[in-house]
Design a protein around this ligand. Sequence first.
Ligand code: AKG
Length: 271
Amino acid sequence: MRIALIQLAYGDEESLEARTERIAELVGAQRGHDLVVLPELWAPGGFSYRDWEQRAQDTTGAVARALADAARAAGVFLHGGSIVERPASGEKGPEGKSLWNTSIVLDAGGAQVATYRKIHRFGFAGGEPKLMEAGESLAFADIPDGAGGSVHAGLSTCYDLRFPELYRAQVDQGATMFVIPAAWPMARVEHWSLLLRARAIEDQCFVVACNTAGTHARTPMGGHSAVIAPTGEVLAEAGDGEQVLSVEIDPAEVPAYRSAFPVLDDRRLGL
Ligand SMILES: O=C(O)CCC(=O)C(=O)O
């Protein structure tokens, strides 16, 4: 199974339209991969809180349509990162807000096969909790593995990575891969790298994690996107700047490793 992570770098000067065109070109260049992954909130800007209201879109809006066109043109299954979602239906969440941090996943024909609303909002009293609602449901995507089968992947976003119980819940529902788009800052990039490996090791899953690069909203992003095997081996890791990471994995490694080293069987549930 061939996977490409597009670790996009952007700054405040680039318009949403220009960035969307650039993403379409980058996705177009990944033909031949089974899965392409983009970072969290690459269009509205991960930390560009002041722009979110104005850049919010429905999951059928201009960014989603551009992602669908890009997936179809390249013939790749695409995790399109996330958007600031404002549902066209006028839906509001329990806190009365109408924005969510929502990931969009498309098949190689451009059809939307999954969406995921970020469950753990980052920013404590400011940032996401102030502006957005929290997602309430686990989400998964069945990603073709290039050999006639598929991989059951759990979806999560950035700050979710700090909450291991989310990933255990995904494992309990059959996940063998975690796909994690992010806009994780440079200031805590060591947490990012360590937690990615921890999630892979403790859950014996592949971790496919695509971060942001560059500096926007005065926040340097951490890069260091990575693909990690269920053993914890780092199969590929990006540097700090814009970079496309291309890696081949063998999905059969998960059942093989889980049966050779069956740690998950020793869980003590209910204590
Ligand atoms: O947890 C962190 O340190 C960063 C999380 C974050 O930037 C996010 O969720 O957008």
